[in-house]
Write a protein that binds this ligand. Structure first.
Ligand SMILES: Cc1cc2nc3c(=O)[nH]c(=O)nc-3n(C[C@H](O)[C@H](O)[C@H](O)COP(=O)(O)OP(=O)(O)OC[C@H]3O[C@@H](n4cnc5c(N)ncnc54)[C@H](O)[C@@H]3O)c2cc1C
Length: 387
């Protein structure tokens, strides 16, 4: 389908595809096996200017938007969604600064992120506060011109490898959702350390770690926006970054579909290829239709986010939900089409299936996306608004 990409957007896709094919494909199995952070690929993506696509030009970025971020993440994830997360996870860490930071904070933190000199992370989840962030207990207590942070975060993408962390912490427990504030924490701040690195099912090239805060003193200049704005910044961040998770899922689905077509058209079966069977053809047709429907929804959503005309909470949730469910189905179908080979790590589809599962879970599980979509529908109905 033609999505009317500009020449600049086509160039961006070509650059991302070049790195994915030439540099990521040969090493993806090794990264999946070893679970190490892909610093060599980070350098290549940085040199190609891909870390800065969504960051304004005044802070060293390319001044594009969520749509271009989606295009890049999709292309990289077509080959390896775990490696792609070094860039997408950095965008998740950068967006609260982009949306809530003052000029000084943006200059200080976004400039090195735009150049890919530093990597970022976003820290919301705790062991007892995943789907319900209001239950978080990590606290930031005002003490003169600083805040003292105590507590722990878990499952933090880029944790330990990132230099810049956007942290959500309770500044006023009595205020509930309005008592959570956002801070920037730099690696090597005294009192800030790392706990367990998780050994994951998929996206294994991406590090996922615990963050531990023990009387960690942050200057008040590290507060983003105002006290109590943490959850609002989080929700606005997710509007912009859930399309990024959807793009990761779309990339996985596209990669799995391509592998399935290549395999079934070349694998012999009864003197012909597997793909000469109409049953197989129908499966491929369904997979391709679902992938294209995902792309159409996601691209429309990303363009809506960039237009800035209205909040895109419902559409961003729909994109994340639909693209990740389709990625899981298409990757699983691809494993099935490979037959017994589908279960072997000699072929890329089993890894794609493992990677796809995680896109249904993070940045809000798909149950939470459904909750948000339904809430938006009910609000729209109450407000009498129509499509
Ligand atoms: C690989 C990976 C990377 C991650 N990266 C980050 C990161 O960078 N930063 C960060 O802050 N977090 C990160 N997370 C955490 C992730 O966002 C959470 O795991 C996710 O939000 C779910 O929270 P939970 O695991 O506590 O599940 P729970 O909230 O305990 O949910 C358990 C189950 O109950 C369901 N459930 C819970 N509440 C409801 C409800 N109200 N309605 C319907 N169903 C419900 C959920 O859908 C789920 O199926 C990451 C997670 C993973 C796996």
């Amino acid at each position: 389908m033609d999505y009317n990409l500009t020449d600049e957007q086509k160039d961006l896709v070509a650059v991302a595809r070049g790195i994915a094919e030439e540099n990521m494909k040969p090493v993806r199995r090794q990264y999946d096996r070893e679970g190490t952070y892909p610093w060599d690929i980070v350098r290549l993506l940085a040199d190609a200017g891909l870390f800065g696509v969504y960051i304004p030009k005044e802070y060293g970025g390319r001044g594009m938007g969520v749509f271009e971020l989606v295009l890049v993440v999709e292309e990289l994830s077509r080959v390896d969604a775990g490696i792609a997360l070094c860039l997408a996870g950095t965008a998740l860490g950068a967006y609260p600064i982009l949306l809530g930071g003052n000029d000084e904070q943006k200059e200080k933190y976004l400039t090195p992120l735009a150049k890919g000199e530093k990597v970022a992370a976003f820290a919301l989840t705790e062991h007892e506060a995943g789907s319900n962030p209001i239950a978080m207990t990590t606290s930031a207590v005002k003490d003169g011109d600083s805040y003292i942070v105590n507590g722990a975060k878990c499952f933090i993408t880029n944790g330990g490898d990132a230099d810049i962390y956007t942290l959500m912490a309770v500044t006023n427990k009595q205020k509930g959702a309005r008592g959570i504030s956002a801070f920037v924490v730099e690696k090597d701040t005294p009192g800030f350390d790392f706990g367990k690195k998780e050994n994951k099912l998929g996206i294994r090239a991406s590090s996922t770690r615990e963050l531990v805060f023990d009387d960690c003193r942050l200057p008040k200049e590290n507060l983003l926006a105002r006290e109590g704005m943490g959850l609002i910044l989080t929700l606005r961040t997710f509007d912009a970054t859930r399309p990024g998770v959807a793009a990761q899922a779309l990339g996985i689905a596209t990669g799995a579909l391509e592998e399935a077509i290549a395999f079934t058209t070349s694998h012999p079966a009864g003197g012909e290829s597997l793909a000469s069977s109409q049953g197989i053809q129908h499966k491929l047709a369904d997979m391709a239709t679902e992938v294209e429907a995902s792309r159409a929804l996601l691209y429309a959503t990303a363009r809506m986010v960039d237009s800035g005309k209205t909040r895109s909470t419902k559409e961003s949730a729909m994109s994340k939900l639909y693209c990740s469910d389709i990625a899981m189905r298409v990757a699983s179908d691809a494993v099935g089409l490979f037959g017994e080979r589908g279960c072997l790590n000699d072929y890329p589809v089993e890894k794609m299936m493992r990677d796809a599962k995680i896109t249904q879970i993070y940045e809000g599980t798909n149950q939470i996306q459904r909750n948000e979509i339904a809430l938006a529908l009910i609000k729209e109905m109450a407000a009498g608004s129509s499509r």
